[in-house]
Design a protein around this ligand. Sequence first.
Ligand SMILES: Cc1ncc(COP(=O)(O)O)c(C=O)c1O
Length: 479
Amino acid sequence: MRPATGRGIVTTLGEEAVMQDEWTALEHAAAHAIAYRQETGSAETTPVADYAAMLEAFAAPLPEEGDDPVSVIEHLVEAATPGIRAMTGPRFFGWVIGNSHPTGVAADWLASAWGQNVGNVVAAPAASAVEKVAADWLLELLDLPRDSSMGFVTGATVANFVCLAAARSEVLRRAGWDVEADGMFGAPPIDVLIGADAHATVFSGLKYLGLGAKRVRTVETDAAGRMLAGDFERVLRGCAGPVIAIAQAGQINTGACDPFAEIAPLARAAGAWLHVDGAFGLWAQAAPGRKHLTAGVELADSWATDGHKWLQTPYDCGFAIVRDAEAHRRAMAISASYLPPAQDAERDPSAYVPELSRRARGFATWAMIRRLGREGIAELVERNCALATHMGETLGGDDGVALVCPVALNQFMLRFGDSDEATLAVVRQVQEDAVAFIGAALWRGQWVMRVSVSSAATHLADAEVTIAAVRSAWAKVRG
Ligand SMILES: Cc1ncc(COP(=O)(O)O)c(C=O)c1O
């Protein structure tokens, strides 16, 4: 049922009939979406049609004429469904995916339906204001300096890029160089320090910024991928000019966090900018029982994190957080005469992100924080970590199975029969059995089964069913 707005749309009778079909299409989409979520909430993961099958399902000549909206949506659902992976299901442990929580999805539907372009305060007052409120809540939840600035971006990849752009701007400004005006040609060289087990997307940021993915000084890490503070100090001592140091909260395979309390004062004393890639691990800050893992992270200068991982917002949603709001704005702000500037205390949403036009991600962010609350977020992080520990330690105790590193957060790795071949065969078997989804990764040159527990839908019963599924797969591989 379409809620009345009282505004009415002036149409001819024919147009009204057409519009009725558009409303019906919205209703169909909502019904399909709800049915899908109810199924993935309880059913097992089904084998998923591959890319080639999906191309075949969608392939068609360019339509010359428009189709009616209900047929378009029905065709989309029919064609796409076999290739939809149950990422929102309770036993999805691939990559680091979160859950696209139904409340976040509902808020995101409204963001689409309202069609707000959050490029400007005047253009989109509600979308702009909700970002400001959600940003303040996020700083409190993550316990970061409360006057930090925040950009609402697509995810941690772009958040890393934005934070590193602010870092580049500030360290070069201090060296007497205006990079926004004069670019990188002739600029004082910047030393970039990075841990040996940093995430691939940080190097993307370095590439986009002309800092070079290979022109980095690598800091040694321990067995779980944490930077060694002593080596950080040694590498830092070898730097002469402006320095950007990149640490991480939550190594993609192990969940380990860098020793911020040790490295942040060293960076500060050397005048270096310390950035933290905390795509998922920064959320340890929101869980009192896990906060010790990120101790000292608040001493950094910038932080990248995701909403679409541990906050469970739908894709896409990430946050670029910068202590020095001025540096953040210098690197990102856009101005033109046709764009009304933010006045007085107003926060210009486009001043903190690379895009002018973009999705109103603040609505889903606000909705998820309201839906879970501080306690619900803490419970979720705690539960996911406890389940990861339970699964990792239980399976790691089985004959022929090794837990590669102690479980530090919500990610863990297993190796089977101390063999790449056996490990990959178990991963394939688990995916084929389709009780749970788990992927593989290379760690220290060896293949491992890599498990990420990051969904609000996952509970103890799911962990037990998954343990049984992995055991059964391992038994089949062993023969
Ligand atoms: C540590 C880390 N950094 C960056 C990213 C990239 O995040 P996104 O895919 O949201 O852009 C990820 C993704 O898993 C990650 O785990």
